[in-house]
Design a protein around this ligand. Structure first.
Ligand code: SF4
Ligand code: SF4
Length: 424
């Protein structure tokens, strides 16, 4: 990624520290992805993007800014991209998934904070992530306490807009989220200087729906007995979807889906004989957090589905495209986004129903429910998840981890034992 030094310098990044980060990434990519055999040819695109993750897309964003477009950095799948896109803005994900950034976060946050929040704050304060430097505005949301407080720190020197996510899913909560979306739209209009019209919003809704459909096509291929793509590759595709241009993302995912559908017809599988099909659920896996998938897929399992925000929650449920006024469209957006089942909601039975449904759809042999350390919400919800799965006769393993390698061998032992005890 050496061609981008001038760009990083102009972004005010700490080049010395950033060099250290750039040194570890290629090894991680090589170990996790390039050691796999028989990968789909179309993964070349994502290999290039991840190899140049701090170069290619940041350079595009900077070019767009020169044309007067604004970049919005987000941290949660509840923020409606459609509103930003309709005002000619660009959305980029900002969640941090690397241990590299955690110490920087711990310098200002309690150690007992989830690594995703610590890494996000560390990436910003340490000036080693171009996306955090480029974003003109951060958009937070009131999903968990750690994030809410972190937004107060992140918002010190970048405009920060926080959306108030309801914690229940009653009719009045859906109306409240609709009002929040309308208020956000006003803010985006002011910030971009562009007026939101129903026509532009309809177009943006269609664009994001097309991206969701393309991601769903790839996931559908993972339901096949003949598994044409590994969990690691599918996860990489999903993680990059949070950063990429939505139309290009749809195009590349459709191209990958074409290849995967052909592989299924030709009987080309990436799963070793006897590999157990695992559904993973829990807290999101922000790039470059590939630890869990890598351990599962080198311990006799293959990951066939992720019931998480870096997974099915990101693309399931389309926004109704038939609405023609802004008011109706805000409602349609609210209805779609409120179908997301985050553990910040109570009750959150929809998530458990989804896990049971997805186990059947993806023919999973077992479920691994994994949360990030100090994520109270997902940790507490494990109790209900494992009880329901046990009652349904689905093998389940509950885990907790962070971004460090220290527990990798312990995880490998537990995951290996779990996979071995799953009946053939
Ligand atoms: S887990 Fe909850 S807070 Fe995190 S991205 Fe998903 S919806 Fe947002
Ligand atoms: S993983 Fe849990 S604690 Fe961390 S940001 Fe997400 S909801 Fe909050």
């Amino acid at each position: 990624m050496s061609n981008y030094v001038e760009m990083w310098k102009n972004l005010g990044m700490d080049l010395e520290s950033h060099d250290l980060l750039c040194q570890v990434l290629p090894t991680a990519v090589g170990d996790v992805f390039l050691t796999q055999e028989n990968r789909p040819k179309c993964m070349d695109f994502w290999d290039t993007v991840i190899a140049e993750v701090h170069g290619i897309r940041p350079a595009e964003l900077i070019e767009a800014q020169k044309e007067g477009r604004k970049v919005f950095g987000t941290f949660c799948v509840y923020v409606p991209d459609e509103v930003v896109i309709a005002c000619n803005g660009i959305v980029t994900g900002l969640c941090g998934g690397s241990q590299f950034w955690v110490p920087g976060g711990e310098a200002v946050l309690p150690k007992a904070t989830c690594p995703l929040v610590k890494a996000s704050v560390g990436a910003r304060l340490g000036r080693t992530c171009p996306f955090f430097r480029i974003a003109d505005m951060y958009v937070g949301e009131t999903t968990c306490d750690a994030k809410k407080k972190a937004y107060e720190i992140l918002g010190k020197d970048v405009p920060m807009y926080v959306m108030d996510v309801p914690q229940m899913k009653r009719e009045k909560d859906i109306l409240k989220w609709k009002d929040e979306i309308a208020a956000f739209a006003k803010k985006v209009e002011e910030f971009t200087g562009n007026t939101l019209t129903a026509e532009k919003l309809a177009e943006a809704i269609k664009t994001v729906n097309e991206k969701r459909k393309a991601l769903a096509r790839v996931y559908n291929c993972r339901k096949s007995e003949c598994l044409p793509i590994s969990g690691r590759d599918a996860l990489l595709m999903m993680q990059i979807a949070f950063f990429d241009d939505p139309a290009r993302c749809a195009q590349m995912c459709n191209r990958l889906a074409d290849e995967l559908e052909q592989r299924i017809k030709d009987g080309v599988s990436v799963a070793p004989a006897g590999a157990k099909r695992i559904l993973v659920t829990g807290t999101p896996l922000a790039v470059p957090n590939w630890k869990l998938h890598n351990i599962i897929e080198t311990s006799g399992g293959v990951v066939v589905c992720e019931e998480m925000c870096t997974g099915t929650r990101y693309f399931e449920n389309l926004v109704d495209e038939s609405k023609t006024t802004l008011d109706e469209q805000f409602m349609a957006l609210s209805q779609r986004y409120m179908k997301n089942n985050c553990a910040c909601f109570t009750p959150n039975e929809g998530r458990i129903e989804d896990i049971l449904r997805l186990v059947k759809e993806y023919k999973a042999d077992g479920v691994i429910d994994c949360s990030l350390k100090f994520c109270c919400l997902y940790d507490v919800e494990k109790y209900s998840v494992s009880n329901v799965l046990k009652d349904a006769g689905v093998p389940v393993l509950s885990l907790e981890t962070d971004y460090e390698d220290a527990d990798s061998e312990q995880l490998r032992t537990r995951i290996g034992a779990f996979i071995e005890m799953i009946d053939d």
